[in-house]
Design a protein around this ligand. Sequence first.
Ligand SMILES: Nc1ncnc2c1ncn2[C@@H]1O[C@H](COP(=O)(O)OP(=O)(O)O)[C@@H](O)[C@H]1O
Ligand SMILES: [Mg+2]
Length: 265
Amino acid sequence: MGSGAFASVYKYIGFINIAVKEIPKGSQYNGSEPELNALTTLSSKHENIVAFFGHEEKDGTMCLLMELCDTDLGTYMTDKREGMVEANIFSILIQASSGIEYMHSKRIIHRDLKPANILIKYGDNETPIAKIGDFGLSFEFEGSISLATKSISIVGTFNYWAPEIMKVMQDPNAVKRISGFPYSVDTFAFGVITYWMFKGEFPFSLEERFSSTFTAQAKINEHFSDKSSILKDVLEGMLAMNPEKRPPIATVKAIFQLVLMRLEN
Ligand SMILES: Nc1ncnc2c1ncn2[C@@H]1O[C@H](COP(=O)(O)OP(=O)(O)O)[C@@H](O)[C@H]1O
Ligand SMILES: [Mg+2]
């Protein structure tokens, strides 16, 4: 039913319907599996994180048994973007920030947040429930700063990577110079997701992503001119070049909730 850079995900229809993610050894999985660790820590304790039922290792393949969702946010938006009301976008963003907030409270940094890794499950009346998934590049923060070299070898899109990850990618020695605030790589990615949810495009050009200074301010002012200034401010904060300037996810969530409340009144 889906596959990303490393794994394949199958739908298993049985007594209960589950999703099985198979990770072949030698790719992402090499004995200690960050996804298994993260899912074990987070599992089934928060509505906005994909539920985890157990795992099995066979012939060098790690199988993770998870709650079956209906689609992912990337596909969902492609199908539904047209005619989607703003309140719906906020609802998904608030749910996702709730999941990220819980994950960060358990000291887990996702490091690969993007629409394909946010799963969607239809609730009553097809109301989408958002769940954070794919913890394959996650990292448990233990007080020291590390962006682990693994991030460098990821294939795929870098549109969601924080500038400090881009720097490491271009110069592995830069990892030594990175200071502090590792949770903020998720905040940056979530800023890109937020921008993309509203506009269907990215806040930065390719050149900007590879330059050492850039700001999303001009694009936000241009493309979000009809939005409240508090939303523009939080978006600019999430997308700040300097990780220390990015707000915690709890703040982001509170602002989304406030803007949604104003929309509804
Ligand atoms: N529990 C699930 N329910 C439904 N679809 C899923 C589930 N987990 C993953 N998928 C689909 O499979 C794709 C790849 O899964 P993912 O966990 O992101 O693997 P990878 O590490 O290879 O990126 C996702 O983008 C999503 O479309
Ligand atoms: Mg993925």
